[in-house]
Design a protein around this ligand. Structure first.
Ligand SMILES: Nc1nc2c(ncn2[C@@H]2O[C@H](COP(=O)(O)OP(=O)(O)OP(=O)(O)O)[C@@H](O)[C@H]2O)c(=O)[nH]1
Ligand SMILES: [Mg+2]
Ligand SMILES: [Zn+2]
Ligand SMILES: [Zn+2]
Length: 1643
């Protein structure tokens, strides 16, 4: 088929083609035109006409944008957040060099102010060049070079990017370009519309600093926004062809001969010769700015140089614009004839110079003549490059001309005013956009009111002034309590709180100022307008304060260099902070307005009105606005404001707010902000002299691909105020300020950059001290930021090598500082810097060359600077990727801010630090550890129970065994025990290691507890080993004692058997049928005679008293003769019977524990008595558990008791107990225990006396005798007997032995028993819900007793509601029955000669599970004629019947009784686990809650008012209200007694010198102790009565605490998450409660 295709452009036929293919290509179409195509198909008989299609060819611009991968941005402009986002390109070098990346690479490099950005050769074409190692001769390739692929002129790329960017990106581009000393576009053409736009807005950000001739003497300088400076402009244009490269000449003209720099793109640059596709018509400008050095400066006054690309003939508007605005126009032109026409028509204000090249082939002297005549040009307006001139001469000539014109120039016009010219000429100006205009109006409305900064701030931004500063000092005083004097601390704190409230009221009483409402209004405007507004505000404010500030800053810089006149510097500093006014001040005010409003009641209209502010600010934060974190002037954080903004932010990004944080720290003005700006393309304020104040944070989005690598959604960057050098710091309190700031930001960051400028490395040394402190503190609180040292201004390439020595030196210094810091923070175990943090001298240092390449202001940024910063950036990102801790989200970050800041406000950071995330992690660790530890213990208990059973059963079946054998069994078991223990310990340790290896759950925060828990595991094992080995030995000893008895019993039984059998023979021999009564009397006769004959062996009675006494003596013998003296004086029995009473003597009596001026009736004597009582109590439990088991006495029992006493005494070393006390206490306990043991022993003998046993069995023998006589079948009866008498007791015994551990295990799964913290929390919560005075008193006065009872109650209630004990019992029972069945069946299969063997086999099989009495093979076998098979049959039946019987019994027994029967004391076991180390706060007696057995630091979540511990004022007798957590920060002192009994005072602040193992962090929240405040306030009178004191002076605020608040404070103190209610809900509730209360009060 043949097609005819015709192509029209409008009506004009372009092309007609015939083809038989289905596709065809039409060349020679012009870009950006509309074409219509008509297709006719020649069918056989007719012609088919297809509908006409119309297409538009792509324009040049569209084509180019597509190639550059920018096409979608032509409409949808690039925004800053897209440009700044961290994506793959910004962290990897491996761009494949494809064409599509060219523009992005340029952008990326430019954002990092890299002067090589314009080298845009795509890699693809570069590789062509490199690959020219052809070995053949080929003239073609030599002459034409390799065919260049897609290459772009840099100007095209710049133009394209400008066309595709929004106003803010354009500003950024221009700023960075001007820093690189690139020319920036002034008029930007759009090749599609043929329009051009004047870039005023885009240039607004550029600020330049220079020193003109006039300021040479005064060393002054001018710092100006370049669009506002009036600088004469000279323009360079081309007409027709020109053989001179205009741009190259311009570059030379602007450069110093030694420092040549390509300001303009020219054809000899990389890709500069590529044909320009879209950028013709662009007007670029560059500035020449003098530095004030005659030898360097080319021009002594500033000059603007404009350069029009393309032929003026085609760009008339541009040319006209230049003629109107310049003072001189240089026209480059070779074909002078052409010039005639053009230039005559267009004469302008500007001087026109003709520049031509006489060597050009187009040059014609005649033309020049006529032109000169026509235009009336003098010689001085014509510059010709002659044959004798080289480039340098020519440039000098040009420079001369320019110099003279500029000097003469009268018409100076700044760029802002050029906009008017543009308008006249019909050129658009980028600022004309409506959103920008409106925003400008708004901004101007605010800033036009500002005349005097100080006055303005006072009038319009009043909240952040003195009030905020006063609030700050109150907040800090609340923590530091420096001026509390002798006042009652709690009253003083209430006073401070009231003052704070008053200040907030004062803030609230101000109506919102006009400026602020305008400001808030404006930032509530939509989208772009808001951005423009903020920028306008910034520009306006900056313009206003620059003049004043830059002078001050320069002065400051000068002064601080010499650092002679301190007062002057201090004054300058004040002036600087006074006169600075930026948008941060407006936001700061917003924060204060919000903070103040939050103190109003929830429903207050003004509070509701301001509710939306945080959201507004969060939106801005998301858009990239830096938010002020620390107010550098007040040195405080508006916590509520910041955290609400962050919460809103979290909502805004729908909870995807994981962040990693990068911070920079360093000396003032060392380019910290510059570094961050270069690295991330952001805009922190930069200026020489003191510039950044406080700390600002800013968020950068992470692109989707990189999210996976970094595991976060944003990177947060914190820029901080420069730290002051120590001399400066001494002037005011700024050392403190620096310290606070550094600690805070280091604590917040994942990576801290320590910026060191080479010039002031000595200053840095002192600053490092602060930083090392901060790092050390972080280590102690469990956060480990990484650090990177950045050495600036090191230019040598070999820096890294050469500085090896310096690095080693640095490390040495760091080590020294670490030691110093460790000493100050009292954490001396940190010896070197690497103890504090991971740091390697190799990777931890980066060297960055100086920022400027040459002499500013004409110096471009050093390429090396940008490259090194890029390296650093890659490094950092890599480090971030490796951060072990999974990133925090914003809410956790907010938590960190809170806890760090509250700790910072106290003086003693490490001890003040409380963080809920850390607490959470610790709680989790404890819970896990407790589980593992219990598993270990439980396994060991089971093991040891079995081992004991084995020992107890030893030798029962096979009778005679040698003593040696049982000893062998013992040693085997001991070995096995050790193996078992090691296995358990290893498992425990492994679990721990594993736990710390995981990445989730913030385990890194509790890393420092790892050692402690490891040790705890070892301690647990050691304890178990000791007790298990002792237990085994004791069991063996007892077993051996039993064997003697068993032998005798067996002999007796055998003797009786013989007699009975004789009697049977005898009776049968009588041949008379004997009646039952006759048989009875025969038997009785026989019995009496036989029993008379058996040996009356009585087991030896042990003298328990003297045995116990012996143990005691051995125990106290190391105490010396004094101890034995006391022992000898009294007899055990006597002492045991009297109640123990502590009677102190000598100095001991005087050792009172008193607070300065306070007196506690609970003095030393009472404390000791209490301890004694508690020990006695525990011993009683121990003895009871022992006697419960109805064993024989063993010395081990005494040893155990004494061991326990020793342990308890050791725990209470603090009480300074004397030998007499110890010995008497031990005597008392032993005396009493000996009596109990004696009873037990007597019982045991009674039970096991062979003679008595024989008599006990008389009836059994009688019935057996009759059976034998009658030859009755005994099987069923014997089976029943066996079951009832042997199996069932053994099973019950087994259950009693095992059930306890099951119950404990079950209880430990309850949350309130999971950790010590939870346990305390539950008890206290329970107390307040009961809300009875007696219970509180009981809790306080008899803590241990109360706790034990509480545990008991919990067990009972748990087992009567949630769980049932019989479930466990049934399980155990089932296990036993199974075993028995197995044993019976197994015995059946074996060849048994006798029934005895059969039973023996069964017992043997069960021997390591059930303790079956010896009698089973002794008395039971006597006279037993049962048939083996039958017996077995019945036995199985009986066992089956036993099951329901037992179950019945379980059902009918109460939990209480079951607990009593348990071999382990369940309550006690739980108590020991939960009471922990048993230590109590040395001041208020609150119990320690630290986990693990081996913790080195005791602490408690909640300290109580000391008055609750019966403390009272010495004289007035009023109860004391003070709380430990406040006291440790006050200047109060407590009483101590030295070794001579002399009283002295010790400051609470240094309580650790006296109680080194206690950690009492101050109450950071100030509400944490509301619980006890509430209790104290409520029961004040009751307590007073109970303690026989006068009621305390309760601060009014305490009375206002509601029960709900008290409960909430409990939650807070223990860091419990409220389960059901959200915070605001419960807040609402408590508020309504307080409202109710106030209502009822007013009634
Ligand atoms: N010569 C030189 N100047 C630098 C360098 N880095 C920064 N500057 C200049 O030093 C001045 C201060 O830079 P900033 O980034 O504001 O310094 P800073 O450390 O943030 O200052 P503060 O926030 O006030 O402590 C600016 O004018 C920078 O241009 C450098 O490496 N060499
Ligand atoms: Mg800074
Ligand atoms: Zn305390
Ligand atoms: Zn402890």
């Amino acid at each position: 088929m043949l097609f005819t295709v015709t192509c029209y452009k409008g009506d004009e036929l372009v092309e007609e083609l015939q083809t038989d293919a289905t596709s065809l290509t039409i060349g020679n179409l012009s870009p950006g035109e509309q074409y219509s195509f008509c297709v006719l198909a020649q069918l056989i008989h007719k012609i088919k006409k297809y509908p006409t299609t119309t297409v538009k060819t792509k324009t040049l611009l569209e084509n180019l944008l597509e190639d550059l991968g920018l096409e979608q941005h032509y409409k949808d402009k690039l925004s800053l957040s897209t440009v700044l986002q961290i994506d793959e390109k910004s962290i990897a070098d491996t761009s494949d060099g494809s064409v599509g990346d060219i523009a992005w690479n340029f952008l990326k490099k430019l954002m990092m102010v890299n002067v090589t950005a314009r080298n845009v050769k795509s890699k693809a074409s570069q590789s062509c060049n490199e690959a020219s190692e052809e070995t053949v001769f080929n003239l073609e390739t030599l002459l034409h070079g390799p065919t260049l692929g897609n290459q772009f002129n840099p100007l095209d790329i710049i133009t394209a990017l400008f066309l595709c960017s929004d106003g803010f990106v354009q500003q950024e581009l221009s700023l960075k370009m001007s820093m690189c000393q690139f020319a920036v576009p002034l008029l930007l053409p759009d090749p599609d519309t043929k329009q051009c736009t004047m870039m005023l807005w885009a240039l607004r950000d550029i600020v330049k600093k220079y020193r003109p001739q006039s300021l040479l003497e005064s060393k002054g300088f001018i710092e100006e926004r370049i669009v506002l400076s009036e600088i004469p402009m000279v323009s360079f244009v081309r007409l027709g062809e020109s053989s001179l490269s205009k741009s190259e000449i311009l570059n030379k003209l602007l450069s110093n001969s030694q420092e040549y720099h390509d300001t303009f793109v020219h054809r000899d640059m990389e890709c500069g010769d590529c044909p320009r596709k879209i950028s013709d018509g662009i007007v670029e400008v560059a500035w020449y700015l003098p530095c004030g050095n005659k030898n360097i400066d080319i021009f002594s006054e500033p000059v603007t140089v404009a350069n029009l690309r393309g032929d003026i003939a085609s760009f008339v508007p541009q040319f006209s614009f230049l003629c109107e605005t310049s003072c001189a126009v240089f026209v480059f032109c070779d074909q002078l004839d052409l010039a005639c026409k053009q230039l005559t028509n267009d004469m302008s204000k500007a001087d026109v110079f003709l520049v031509s090249n006489s060597q050009s082939k187009n040059f014609d002297g005649e033309d020049l003549k006529s032109l000169a005549r026509d235009l009336n040009l003098m010689n001085n307006k014509i510059i010709i490059k002659t044959r004798s001139m080289n480039d340098a001469d020519f440039v000098t000539a040009l420079q001369g001309t320019i110099k003279s014109t500029v000097e003469k120039a009268t018409a100076k016009i700044n760029i802002e005013k050029m906009a008017d010219v543009a308008h006249e000429l019909g050129i658009q100006v980028d600022e004309d956009r409506p959103e920008s205009k409106k925003a400008k109006q708004n901004a101007d409305a605010i800033t036009s009111e500002i005349h005097d900064t100080l006055e303005y701030k006072e009038a319009q931004l009043p909240l952040q002034g003195q009030i905020w500063k006063d609030l700050t000092s109150l907040e800090k005083e609340e923590c530091r309590l420096r001026n509390a004097g002798s006042e009652n601390i709690e009253q003083y704190k209430t006073l401070l709180q009231e003052q704070k409230n008053r200040l907030r009221e004062k803030q609230n009483s101000n109506d919102m100022s006009g400026a602020m409402s305008c400001f808030i209004n404006a930032i509530s405007s939509p989208g772009m307008e808001r951005c423009y507004f903020l920028k306008w505000m910034r520009l306006n404010l900056d313009n206003m304060s620059r003049q004043k500030l830059s002078g001050l800053r320069e002065q400051y810089k000068e002064e601080s260099k010499g650092s002679k006149n301190k007062e002057v510097i201090q004054d300058l500093d004040r002036q600087l902070s006074g006169s600075s006014l930026g948008i941060e001040h407006f936001f700061r005010e917003m924060g204060q307005i919000y903070e103040a409003s939050v103190s109003l009641p929830r429903k207050h209209p003004s509070r509701e009105q301001l509710q939306h502010l945080p959201k507004l600010c969060a939106e801005l934060l998301l858009e990239g606005l830096p938010l002020e974190l620390v107010d550098g002037d007040a040195s405080n954080i508006p916590l509520r404001w910041v955290s609400d903004v962050l919460s809103e932010f979290h909502q805004l990004v729908s909870c995807k707010s994981k962040i990693l944080v990068i911070t920079v720290l360093g000396v003032q003005s060392t380019g910290k902000s510059t570094l961050l700006n270069t690295m991330f393309g952001v805009q922190f304020a930069v200026s020489s002299g003191r510039c950044t104040r406080g700390a600002f944070m800013l968020l950068i989005r992470i692109s989707e691909e990189v999210k996976n690598i970094l595991n976060c959604d944003f990177v947060m960057i914190i820029d901080t105020e420069g730290l002051k050098s120590p001399e400066l710091a001494k002037l005011d309190d700024s050392y403190e300020h620096d310290n606070e700031l550094a600690t805070l930001v280091v604590g917040l960051s994942d990576i801290t950059l320590i910026n060191i400028a080479m010039e002031n490395s000595t200053e840095m040394k002192d600053i490092l001290q602060i930083v090392v402190h901060a790092f050390l503190r972080m280590k102690e609180v469990g956060k480990r930021p990484k650090c990177q040292f950045v050495h600036q201004n090191v230019s040598d390439v070999s820096a890294h090598e050469k500085n090896l020595r310096d690095r080693t030196l640095l490390l040495e210094q760091l080590n020294e500082m670490t030691q110093a810091a460790a000493k100050m923070e009292k954490k001396e175990k940190n010896k070197c810097f690497t103890d504090v943090m991971e740091y390697s001298t190799e990777t931890g240092n980066m060297y960055i060359p100086g920022l400027w390449n040459g002499t500013p202001p004409m110096a471009p940024v050093n390429a090396g600077y940008s490259e090194a910063v890029y390296e650093l950036k890659k490094n950092i990102i890599q480090m971030l990727g490796k951060c072990e801790s999974s990133a925090n989200d914003i809410l956790e970050f907010q938590e960190w801010i809170k806890s760090l800041w509250s700790a910072v406000k106290y003086e003693n950071f490490i001890f003040s630090f409380r963080n809920s995330l850390v607490a959470d992690a610790y709680m989790r660790l404890c819970t896990e550890y407790n589980k593992w530890e219990w598993n270990f213990k439980k396994d060991m208990y089971t093991w040891v129970t079995n081992a004991e059973t084995r020992i107890t059963n030893y030798g029962k079946v096979y009778g005679e065994v040698e003593t040696g054998d049982i000893q062998k069994l013992l040693s085997d078991l001991k070995t096995a025990a050790l193996t078992e223990l090691s296995k358990g310990e290893t498992q425990l340790l492994q679990n721990l290691t594993q736990y710390f290896r995981q990445t989730g759950g913030h385990v890194n925060l509790v890393e420092r507890y790892k050692e402690e828990f490891m040790t705890s595991a070892k301690v647990t094992r050691r304890e178990m080993e000791r007790s298990i080995l002792n237990q085994l030995s004791a069991t063996v000893d007892i077993r051996q004692g039993m064997r003697e008895l068993e032998k005798i019993k067996k002999n007796h039984a055998q003797e009786i058997e013989e007699r009975v059998l004789e009697l049977v023979e005898e009776c049968r021999g009588k041949k008379v049928k004997m009646s039952d009564a006759e048989l009875d009397s025969e038997f009785d006769n026989m019995w009496d005679i036989s029993v008379e004959k058996v040996s009356r062996f009585r087991p030896q009675k042990i003298d328990v008293q003297s045995k116990v006494s012996h143990c005691l003596r051995a125990n106290v013998s190391p105490k010396g003769s004094h101890a034995s003296e006391i022992l000898n004086k009294n007899s055990l029995a006597e002492i045991g019977n009297q109640p123990f009473e502590y009677k102190p003597k000598g100095i001991g009596k005087k050792v009172k524990h008193a607070v300065c001026g306070y007196l506690n009736i609970d003095d030393h004597v009472n404390a000791v008595q209490r301890l004694a009582d508690s020990i006695i109590d525990t011993c009683q439990e121990l003895v009871n558990t022992q006697t419960q088991r109805k064993n024989n006495y063993h010395d081990n029992y005494s040893v155990e008791i004494l061991h326990m006493i020793d342990e308890k005494l050791q725990q209470n070393e603090g009480l300074k107990l004397d030998t007499k006390f110890e010995v008497s206490l031990k005597m008392h306990i032993c005396g009493w225990a000996a009596e109990e043991f004696e009873k037990m022993h007597a019982n045991f003998l009674q039970e096991n006396d062979p003679y008595k046993c024989l008599n006990k069995n008389k009836e059994k023998f009688r019935s057996d005798f009759k059976d034998v006589f009658h030859e009755r079948d005994q099987c069923q009866k014997k089976a029943q007997e066996f079951t009832d008498q042997f199996l069932r007791p053994a099973v019950e015994d087994f259950i009693n032995r095992s059930l306890g551990h099951d119950i404990i295990g079950e209880m430990l799964t309850c949350q309130q028993f999971s950790t010590r913290m939870f346990f305390q929390y539950s008890i206290l919560l329970d107390l307040i819900s009961e809300n009875q005075f007696e219970l509180f008193l009981d809790y306080i006065e008899h803590y241990e007793k109360y706790v034990k009872q509480w545990i008991y109650k919990q067990i009972i209630s748990h087992f009567s509601s949630q769980a049932s004990a019989s479930e466990f019992e049934n399980r155990l029972l089932q296990a036993c029955i199974n075993q028995i069945n197995i044993a019976v069946k197994k015995a059946q299969t074996e060849e048994n000669k006798t029934l005895k063997c059969f039973v023996g086999n069964i017992c043997e099989e069960l021997s390591d599970k059930l303790v079956i009495s010896q009698d089973a093979l002794g008395t039971f076998m006597i006279l037993n004629t049962a048939d083996q098979g039958q017996f077995a049959h019945y036995l199985l039946k009986c066992v089956e019947q036993m099951e329901p019987l037992c179950q019945q019994k379980f059902e009918n027994t109460s939990v209480e009784i079951k607990l009593e029967k348990c071999f382990v004391n369940v309550q006690r076991e739980l108590f020991v686990r939960l009471i922990g180390c048993g230590k109590q706060c040395p001041f208020c007696k609150a119990p320690c809650e630290a986990g693990g057995a081996a913790h080195t630091e005791h602490w408690t979540s909640l300290h109580q008012s000391q008055g609750l511990g019966a403390w009272r004022f010495e004289r007035s007798k009023h109860l004391v209200t003070d709380i430990c957590t406040s006291l440790v920060n006050s200047d109060t002192e407590f009483v101590q007694y030295d070794s001579n009994g002399e009283k002295y005072y010790h400051p609470y602040k240094r309580y650790q010198e006296i109680f080194p193992d206690w950690k009492i962090p101050p109450d950071g929240s100030l509400e944490g102790s509301d619980y006890w405040k509430y209790v104290m306030a409520k029961f004040n009178d009751d307590f007073a009565k109970a303690y026989e004191a006068k009621p305390a002076d309760i601060p009014q605020a305490w009375r206002n605490i509601t029960k709900t608040e008290a409960e909430k404070s409990l939650q807070q103190a223990f860091n419990m998450k409220s389960e059901s209610k959200s915070e605001s809900e419960s807040e609402l509730e408590s508020e309504s409660e307080s409202e109710l209360k106030s209502e009822s009060e007013s009634e």
